[in-house]
Design a protein around this ligand. Structure first.
Ligand code: AMP
Length: 174
């Protein structure tokens, strides 16, 4: 399977959720068994020798790929959630959006010093969300070995902010 086959399986929705955004819809890729396997196996191949202890997946599309990737890497999974969802004591990180401020949370006991972590989301745009997840991981003194995304939007240069922290890997780029 080629990168173009994977790209062809991702549906583009113009002007969703607002005018000017080209929304990359992964549901059409998830439906395709061969594409789903290829995406996960290429990510796992890239990080298989890094001794990852935990995949940290970002709600909610990062959960879909993150958990499956954790399975392939034979490691555990830690969720980064939207505010107010986690039941036990949590730590919190704010980050800026185009309009306003957002916040992500992680259980305070989810990671400990020295844990090696791979941060996963479906798509890298500005990198703000992944950077906030990285800040949570660093607050718990864990170590980031990389960031994995299915899709990277080159124009928004999210890679610049993240590559100073750790390796950045994406399966397809636009
Ligand atoms: P950012 O923090 O700017 O890197 O945005 C990344 C987050 O927003 C990811 O969780 C994506 O799922 C979502 N996102 C941003 N832009 C798009 C897009 N064009 N299509 C689909 N999802 C997007």
């Amino acid at each position: 399977m080629s990168i173009q086959d994977i790209k062809n399986s991702i549906r583009n929705i113009p002007d969703f959720p607002k005018k000017g955004i080209q929304f990359k819809d992964i549901t059409t890729a998830l439906k395709n068994a061969k594409v789903l396997r290829e995406i996960l196996e290429t990510c796992a191949e890239h990080y298989k020798n890094q001794k990852v202890d935990y995949v940290v997946g970002i709600e909610s599309r990062g959960f879909i790929f993150g958990t499956a990737l954790a399975y392939l890497l034979n490691c555990g999974f830690v969720p980064v959630r939207k505010p107010g969802k986690l039941p036990a004591k949590a730590i919190s990180q704010e980050y800026e959006l185009e309009y306003g401020i957002n916040r992500v949370e992680m259980h305070a006991d989810a990671l400990t010093k020295g844990d090696k972590v791979l941060i996963v989301d479906d798509l890298l745009a500005t990198g703000g969300t992944a950077k906030a997840a990285a800040d949570l991981v660093h607050k718990l003194n864990a170590e980031i070995v990389g960031f994995a995304f299915v899709i990277e939007l080159n124009e928004l240069q999210g890679r610049n902010a993240l590559s100073a922290i750790a390796d950045v890997y994406s399966v397809v780029q636009y």
